[in-house]
Write a protein that binds this ligand. Structure first.
Ligand code: NAG
Ligand code: NAG
Ligand code: NAG
Ligand code: NAG
Ligand code: NAG
Ligand code: NAG
Ligand code: NAG
Ligand code: NAG
Ligand code: NAG
Ligand code: NAG
Length: 453
């Protein structure tokens, strides 16, 4: 049964990108997701608290659109015995999903949900593997606009024979060979590739694995087909943590794919993710985006400088921007960060699909894979000029320089009108370079607009 499906689907022509009607999925999704704020302790009141706050606090006007319910929403003990459908937990969601979706839609927002390409979700609720068409039809009937599709609990027969690994010779090939494990667990992190090669992240791992042919990619193609079979436009967001090189195949499968490990509200994890994603910029463009995971602004003990760097660089990498906190507890500085009009406009540029990329690493030589000192100098083109970010990962204030001769988009001998993106202040016409003192863990961002004299 599963085998037949495999052959039928792998014969499908591969489309370039998942181009959905109405431009859905063309630009990075903006919104809120329940996970970082509530984990499994989620219910209808919390979803509506977030949805109403999105409107009341100006997030909707700033462009935020999706309200996404993550894991732990269904009944835990199984599907409906007659219809095989997933059953919302009516204690947590008294209006069920139809009612919750309708309430979110009434606010002029879109509604998203979550499932997993396994027997269970990560929180051990029923998963969608083998039920893709039933679940896609159910989601469509309930009125959802977005599906986050996780990768927990694939059964044995859906795990690939070969688990490809990193360049470390001791982990050259691990995983399952004819069903028996040659190593118990994959190495952590997955990303410790040859960090002396300038192209390591693009070429990793050089091990003759065709990731497009792997079961993981196939499981996501099956759900894509199930969603496309519905008479409803549903943005498809892949979450397999970057393990199977989704940047190589997922443009034709979904509108975004997680490219890294899970985020948490710690500065070290944010740096680790920034470092991994900094090597993948060539794979983000219209319709398909690397997703460095959701925002932690408002969570944990991040400083305002750290929150600026996190949001600013996430916006410039042009992944989805999904807030993940109790929005009603945000302080004005955090709201201002999340609603920064220059960064949101860059992220949502209708004419330029590519993200900002590093043009210089800083403390370390260019292309160094290092989670303590990721790339520090970033730039990218936009409809209104070039955005440049100067990121200071050190614990001391540093004077950093945007030197025009180093920024690929700028003319070394040009003069530009410069705006400080955080304050909105016009710095006037600047020639050759712009210097700025950047506080520890902060990021200065400048918009280089029209040429001037
Ligand atoms: C993904 O596909 C779209 C077309 O559907 C294309 O515009 C975009 O450039 C592709 N992304 C990459 C990184 O090639
Ligand atoms: C529904 O959620 C409530 C509240 O969290 C919980 O006590 C109950 O066990 C859940 N029911 C099922 C069937 O999962
Ligand atoms: C795996 O199974 C195939 C077919 O039975 C056999 O030819 C091959 O040698 C096996 N490989 C290993 C590593 O055991
Ligand atoms: C890492 O990459 C560099 C440059 O491509 C190469 O010279 C070197 O041999 C590689 N090291 C390992 C351990 O594979
Ligand atoms: C990789 O697998 C895909 C899907 O089966 C196939 O279309 C493609 O030709 C394969 N690529 C290579 C280089 O073998
Ligand atoms: C598809 O959905 C649209 C909009 O809701 C509706 O007008 C149309 O009748 C539906 N088509 C089918 C075949 O159900
Ligand atoms: C934040 O700091 C407080 C006090 O130092 C600590 O108790 C708490 O665990 C920290 N929270 C996180 C998410 O790190
Ligand atoms: C460009 O500027 C216009 C006018 O201020 C603004 O509406 C638009 O969002 C900006 N676009 C980008 C990509 O900065
Ligand atoms: C990361 O870079 C710093 C600065 O060069 C260096 O001290 C540190 O050892 C590097 N970390 C790793 C894991 O290579
Ligand atoms: C910054 O300070 C923290 C706390 O003292 C320390 O753990 C960290 O290693 C320092 N980071 C750098 C880049 O020096």
């Amino acid at each position: 049964m599963a085998r037949a499906t495999i052959f039928a689907l792998s014969a499908l022509p591969i489309v370039l990108g998942l181009e959905l009607p109405g431009g859905v999925g063309r630009l990075p999704a903006l919104g809120w997701n329940s996970w970082n704020a509530y984990y499994c302790d989620v219910d209808q009141d919390k979803i509506m608290l977030a949805a109403n706050a999105m409107v009341d606090l100006g997030f909707k006007d700033a462009g935020y659109e999706y309200v996404i319910l993550d894991d732990c929403w269904s009944e835990m003990d199984g599907r409906d015995p007659v219809t095989s459908r997933l059953v919302p937990n009516a204690t947590k969601f008294p209006d069920l999903m139809v009612g919750t979706a309708a309430k979110v839609h009434d606010l002029g927002l879109k509604y998203g949900m979550y499932s997993s390409a396994g027997t269970m979700t990560c929180g051990r609720y029923p998963g969608s593997l083998g039920y893709e068409h039933i679940d896609a039809a159910t989601f469509a009937e309930w009125g959802i606009d977005y599906l986050k599709y996780d990768n927990c609990f694939p059964p044995e027969e859906w795990i690939d024979d070969c688990f490809a690994c990193n360049g470390d010779p001791s982990f050259d090939k691990i995983g399952k060979v004819n069903g028996s494990c040659t190593a118990e667990t994959p190495p952590t992190p997955y990303y410790s590739w040859n960090n002396t090669s300038p192209h390591c992240a693009y070429e990793w791992p050089v091990d003759n694995v065709n990731y497009t042919a792997k079961y993981t990619a196939l499981k996501y193609r099956i759900m894509r087909e199930a969603l496309l079979d519905q008479n409803r436009t549903i943005l498809f967001s892949l979450c397999e943590w970057g393990v199977d090189q989704p940047h190589r195949w997922a443009n034709s499968t979904g509108n975004s794919w997680r490219s890294t490990n899970d985020i948490n509200p710690s500065w070290s994890r944010i740096l680790e993710i920034l470092n991994v994603n900094s090597f993948l910029g060539d794979y983000t463009d219209f319709w398909g985006r690397n997703d460095p995971d959701m925002l932690e602004v408002g969570q944990g003990n991040l400083t305002v400088e750290e929150e600026r760097s996190h949001f600013g660089l996430w916006a410039m990498m042009k992944g989805p921007l999904l807030m993940g906190t109790d929005l009603t507890k945000l302080i004005p500085e955090q709201i201002a960060i999340l609603q920064n009009k220059y960064l949101l406009a860059f992220n949502q540029d209708p004419l330029v699909g590519r993200p900002a990329k590093p043009y210089r690493w800083g403390v370390n030589p260019d292309y160094t894979f290092n989670s303590t000192f990721p790339a520090q100098y970033w730039s990218g083109p936009s409809s209104n000029g070039t955005l440049v970010a100067l990121f200071n990962p050190t614990n001391d204030t540093q004077t950093m320089t945007a030197l025009y001769s180093e920024v690929p988009e700028l003319d070394a001998v040009g003069c530009y009108d410069v705006v400080d993106v955080w304050s909105g202040k016009d710095l006037g016409c600047k020639e050759e370079s712009v210097d700025v003192d950047v506080a520890p863990h902060d990021t200065a961002v400048f918009l280089f607009g029209a040429e001037c004299t």
